[in-house]
Design a protein. Sequence first.
Length: 360
Amino acid sequence: MLREPLVSVVTPVRVGGALLADCIESVLAQTHQNFEYLILDNDSRDGSLDLARKYAARDNRIRVERWNTAVGEIERHNIAFRLISSHAKYCKVVSPEDVIFRECIARMVQLAEANPLVGIVGSYQLTGSGVRWQGFEYPMNVIFGEEICRRVFLGGDPGFGFGTPTSMLYRADLVRKTADFYPGSSPHADASACFRYLRGRAFGFVFQVLSQGRAHERLESVISAEMNRFAPAYIKDLVEYGPLYLSQAELRRRLGEEIHGYHRFLAANLVQRRGREFWDYHRACLDELGHPMTRLRLARAAVTLLVRASLNPGDAIAKSWTRMFAPSPRAGRVSLLFSRRCSSPSPRRAAIPRQGSTQS
């Protein structure tokens, strides 16, 4: 029997909490047995390091590394990527709050082994009571990189996107290609990596629920969604990678739509009790994008929202604008409406192949 290819599984931890044990257990329960498991502890203060070391003492496939200087989420991932084995053929991220199901690595590796052009593999992911990434058309499980990048940039389908780090598998040669596999420092950098590395490669998709995404309020991804850090990061991707996949006319149109949407989001938040950090962050982002925040632009965006609310009360943005005038226990929830579909699409319910099912 041929030996299974080596997979480097990485879990960068800053805040693991009670969810980390479930994450580690899910990795150890994989049917694919040939893996190393690197847990990178980034100056955690919640017992995550001690927990990881206890597991490492029981299973020699686990290696625990400590990075004493606190860094951002993306830099934590890049540090972990630089520590993977030189013999690994694939790299699998499992975020400390998430779990992967027993066949996760095996099914993803199986697809990649059968299709050498595939550089990144995605899959369905359970989040709450919904399943994400349902925009893929069964049974087409391999898509050219240029095609999927175009579809993500052109938008239109809220269920279509690359996925999250936990729902994807990378070829290790791509991860080792540069010092920072996730380019930049934005929370959108995992999607940026897909735009960067899929040109000339292919994207594979396993039609099976292979992971569960979980969250708690201290996670950086949750904070990023509240701040809507994804919107300016997505626009930066359009500027940097859009010319590789879109025509000039398509790029101009999409940039215009995204800039206008960004201003609508800010206009909707004018009536929220937003602090200085929020406005300083988005003002700096717009300055960097070459579209400075002005009262005139915000006023125009506010008028657009009011017109849409009056013409179409059922519209999602109109509803969000209406909610702005009602007390909210969690300021900023409207930002989730503008999180880009390539990073944070809304889960949808549907009858699909579930974890443990088979596919060809």
